[in-house]
Structures are given as structure tokens and as C-alpha cells.
Write a protein that binds this ligand. Sequence first.
Ligand code: TYM
Length: 337
Amino acid sequence: MKTILTGIRVNSELTMGNFLGALLPMTRLANKYSDDHHVNIFVADLHTIIAEQDGTLQDNLVMLIKMYLAAGLKVNENVHIYRQSYVPATSEMTWILNCVATMGELGRMIQYKEKGRGEDSCNVGIFDYPILMATDILLFDGNYIPVGQDQFQHIELTRDIAQRVNHRFGKDIFTIPEKTSVQAKFMGTDDGIRIRDLVNPEKKMSKSAKAANSKIMMTDDPKAAAKKIMSATTDSFGEIKYDMKERPGISNLLQIEALVNDKPLEEVLNEWEGKTNYGDLKKQVADSVEKMLAEFHEKLNKISNGDVFELMEKGEKYANKKANAKLYELQRAFQLR
Ligand code: TYM
């Protein structure tokens, strides 16, 4: 059976970028494929601590799993939910792969350049983060990795490292995850999902944006979220057209409308392209987001912490068994066993 796998950090509440770029696509793919695929959904708690925490990490991680359930995730015996740090093989394998990856490779990672800015005070975890991510994928023979476009570079790096190890030892220790072009197709897009900042649509929607109107948090009041959509930056071309490069604001709204309603983008474009009233489109997207959030919050409130812990503990049993076997194979190759 092939494996679909993804992780999300929990350093604060989720943005609609996290939700539409990863959590919701993962949920839909899980529901579509879990009869004959493993589906691994984990909380990337070790990745979370690259930033100092404020005491809410444990609450946030329970909330993350609740969000999958509220988004409609159906759990069967092939769906495995776990906390990354509860699978200790993760840390061990990361060390071994640290001895395979190069400084040059990691130094080229965009996320490191943005977050670390080459400063001496940048913690080593921020630099090494893609190796931890590669481990998450390779420990479980991940084939399909539903992530937003900002993580594609890390998937390509994972492929390089896996191929290097297999080549060095002359055997297929690791499954090579699919290329990012294939990943994007698997998620039903041409080149990956990148939800934009509502005020500065050249940028991705990010937790760290300062202006409250820039981002929609999944815990936002639905009416307040709708207002943010109504005030989103668009353009002055005067005609609705999907063009992420030249018209990222309006294109972002078209993309959000498609994802929220689980419609193909083409269908939304057929309906809106060529029209001239931006306000009508904004109203439509605002309504879609408001409705989605209201339903989502209602479901979220019905899920108990107990349900979440039960799922995680079950998933961790499966995950440790599988991960320990893969780690052992790697340790043997490196003459550690
Ligand atoms: P993280 O926690 O930064 O983000 C979680 C997911 O949300 C996606 N995302 C977006 N997608 C579209 N538009 C946006 N504006 C946007 N902002 C965030 C991210 O691409 C990601 O999919 N390293 C990962 C977590 C991770 C992981 C893994 C993922 C750890 N190990 C193994 C897959 C496989 C991260 O920090 O994502």
C-alpha cells in the first residue's frame, strides 16, 4: 500500500493558508484513498519548537487534530494520527541523515534564508529543519505529501537525500517520494497551493503577518473573516481574470472560492472570468468563507479531548513499530547495528 503523509506545526492558531493549503486537501485525499492507502497525519511538535513557545503547545496540538476531524476526516484502520515527538526514531534518524546532507543544500533552502537570514543567533533547528522533515517522510515510505507550495523545496531535498542513501548502499532503503509536479497533480492543482496575504497578495498568507486584515485565522469569528475578504486588495484592471503573477489579489479570491467549495478552479473561472464587478465576487467569497467557518466551529465544539488522545495513542503504536523497523535498516547500513 502506498502512503499519503503530512505534518503541521502548532506554534499558534492555524491560518486559512494552512487550512486550505494542507489540512483540507489532506482530509479530502484521506477520505478518498484510505481504503487502500496508509494515511499518516501527524503533529510536527519537534518542528514547532524552532520558535520559543508560550505555554500553549499541548492545547494547540489537540486543537490541530480536532480541526482535521471538524474538516470531515474519516478515520479507519489505515488512518494513523500521531505526535512526531512520540516517535523517538525520528530524532535518531535525523542525526544519521545530518551526516548525509550538506551545509550547501540546507543553506539554499528559502525558508532558512527567510527565517534565519544568515544570522549567528539563528538556532540550529531552523537550519536543520528540512532534515527532520525528510526523516518524517522517509521513516514511513511516504509517497504523496500534501503540503502547500512553500514546502515543495523540502520535498525535492528529501528526494535527493533518499536517492543518495540508496545509491551509497546499493539498495532501496528508502522509498523516493513523488516529484513535486506529481504531488501538485495529486492535490488537484497545476503547481501547488499558495494562499496569499489579503493585504499584500504578492506574499503568502502567514501566521507572522502583522496586520490583522492580512490573514484569516481558523478561529476567527465567521462574520469578521467575511469582512476581511470584503476588504482584500485586488487590482485596477477592471475585469476579473485569473493570473497569479499580474493579478494575485483577485486570483487569490478565485482560488479560495474553489477550495472552500471543493470545486475545480475551472468551474469558478467559467463563472467569474470576464465579469467586471469585483464587489460581487468578493461578496460571494465572503459568504463562502463565513459559511464554512460557521459550520467548522460548530463541529469543532463537539469533539472532545478524549477522542483526540485515543486516536493519537493508537496511531503512535502503529507509527513506532513501522519507524523502528526503518531506523534499524538504516542503522545496519551505517554499521551502527
Ligand atoms: P507549516 O506548519 O509551516 O505549515 C503547515 C502546512 O500549511 C501549508 N501552508 C500554506 N499553504 C498554502 N498557502 C499558504 N499561505 C500556506 N501557509 C502554510 C504549508 O505548506 C504546510 O503544508 N515543515 C512543515 C511541517 C512538516 C511536514 C513534515 C510536512 C514537518 N514534517 C513532513 C509534510 C511532511 C511545516 O513547518 O509546515
